[in-house]
Ligand binder design. Structure first.
Ligand code: ZN
Length: 260
């Protein structure tokens, strides 16, 4: 019976029976997986506290013919992200990333860029980069990793290059609409040229610069509305972690102070 070993981030755990746990984890090599951790609640030696949400670990598992859950045999800590467990705001941010990944990925589809994105952004949060920009950059890059990158130029309706200053975003079509096409389309979100440029930059910015970038207040407001409604198209529901995040940050408009 072959053993597999791969880096993973713990997405979700569910107690099962008296001593077991069903664990959902996102791996570098196999994408999202679900496994049974036998005796996880008893055996501190094999699993300890390593099966906590957002722990970055190396899992060892094997496949069970009789089950669609793999069997976890071991779990070694790579990075505990202790900061996330010591600060409720950090935990709220990390939970949002984790829930997005859990809700929007299918099992057993390898996506190494997505895995690396998740680890990089959990690291930012662990170190205290709680700027709203970090949330927005995660969202747009996450969508791109899944192949859902919004089209920011040209107009998604007429395919003409965007000119002028005022544009609109169509969450249903997944792209920007020019002012000539706008009157014929429903449910549009106004978006300025500055915000489009900011989102393009957010997409290509080297990771080491992410926690230093600042959006203008208008770009923050517009990108928040645009990405939230676009994600909603795919999720079809409000995430629990998003509500938690909004409560933690003080108001539903996501008006956040920067902690840096
Ligand atoms: Zn157009």
């Amino acid at each position: 019976m072959p053993l597999f070993k791969t880096p993973a981030v713990i997405l979700h755990t569910l107690p099962y029976g008296e001593s077991d746990q069903i664990v959902t984890f996102y791996t570098l090599d196999f994408g999202k997986m679900k496994g049974m951790a036998k005796g996880a609640k008893r055996s501190r030696k094999r699993f300890g506290s390593r099966l906590e949400i957002a722990s970055y670990v190396k899992v060892t598992f094997f496949e069970k013919e009789t089950s669609n859950l793999v069997r976890l045999s071991n779990c070694d800590l790579i990075r505990p992200f202790e900061g996330l467990r010591e600060d409720i705001r950090k935990l709220a941010w990390a939970s949002y990333f984790i829930e997005l990944v859990n809700e929007m990925t299918a099992e057993k589809i390898q996506n190494k860029p997505l895995f690396r994105l998740l680890v990089a952004f959990l690291t930012f949060i662990d170190r205290g980069s709680l700027k709203e920009e970090v949330l927005r950059i995660f969202e747009i890059r996450f969508l791109s990793c899944l192949g859902y990158q919004p089209q920011l130029d040209p107009c998604i309706h007429c395919q003409k290059k965007l000119t002028g200053e005022r544009f609109f975003f169509s969450p249903v079509k997944g792209g920007v609409v020019c002012s000539a096409c706008a009157p014929s389309l429903p449910d549009l979100i106004p978006v300025s040229l500055g915000t489009l440029k900011t989102l393009l930059l957010a997409h290509t910015l080297p990771l080491e610069k992410v926690s230093r970038i600042s959006f203008s207040p208008q770009s923050l407001k517009e990108s928040r509305a645009l990405l939230s409604s676009f994600l909603q198209q795919y999720l079809g529901k409000e995430l629990k972690s998003k509500k938690f995040l909004e409560q933690i940050n003080g108001n539903a408009e996501f008006g956040m102070r920067n902690s840096e």
